[in-house]
Design a protein around this ligand. Structure first.
Ligand code: SF4
Length: 180
């Protein structure tokens, strides 16, 4: 059985993927690596919802270091980009690189991300960033399309059933300006 690291952005996006993995005999470890989120109170709120869902399912969650300054440095010059633009690709690269490093250091075989469950994000960008992150490591990027097979509908059901906090913007300060 492969050892799976599931990079997680939030509980709503994790919901159906975790359920599907458990139903198919897989026990992922959740890796919460989201230095993009602003402000820190929002980061903590999303983190506690993820931790609650992990605990309810009896799976382990690892929290990465939160370093929003470093994330901002990585996306400098791209502040005005639209969603699905160049800033988002950098954002995926930043987080998935850290996830791939953790996976490599801790003997995981496969890496995937809940980012891929959101229809607001570009699957091509996510897969490009994931493949790049795993390049030169012993970790394989798992590019399964997590929007198919009824998982999108199941995601919406679980959000209602579990009464998750369902955030109103993607995560960074630039997405707040665009959406509110
Ligand atoms: S809009 Fe979302 S994916 Fe794009 S840079 Fe901001 S937090 Fe990252």
């Amino acid at each position: 059985m492969s050892k799976i690291l599931l990079h997680t952005c939030c509980a709503p996006c994790s919901s159906a993927i975790v359920e599907w993995m458990l139903a198919n005999g897989m026990r992922p470890v959740i890796f919460y690596s989201n230095s993009n989120i602003y402000p820190v109170e929002e980061y903590e709120h999303r983190r506690s919802e993820c931790a609650r869902y992990a605990a309810e399912n009896g799976i382990m969650m690892v929290e990465d270091q939160y370093d929003h300054t470093s994330w901002l440095n990585c996306t400098t010059g791209l502040e005005g980009e639209p969603e699905r633009g160049a800033r988002c690709l950098q954002c995926f690269r930043y987080r998935l690189k850290r996830a791939a490093q953790y996976a490599q250091d801790n003997g995981f075989d496969l890496l995937t991300t809940t980012l891929a469950s959101s229809r607001w994000k570009s699957l091509d960008q996510i897969n490009m960033a994931g493949r790049e992150a795993c390049e030169g490591t012993s970790v394989e990027w798992w590019d399964k399309n997590w929007r198919k097979g009824g998982l999108q509908q199941r995601r919406d059901q679980i959000i209602r059933e579990r009464n998750f906090y369902n955030q109103q913007y993607c995560g960074c300060e630039f997405s707040i300006r665009k959406e509110l």
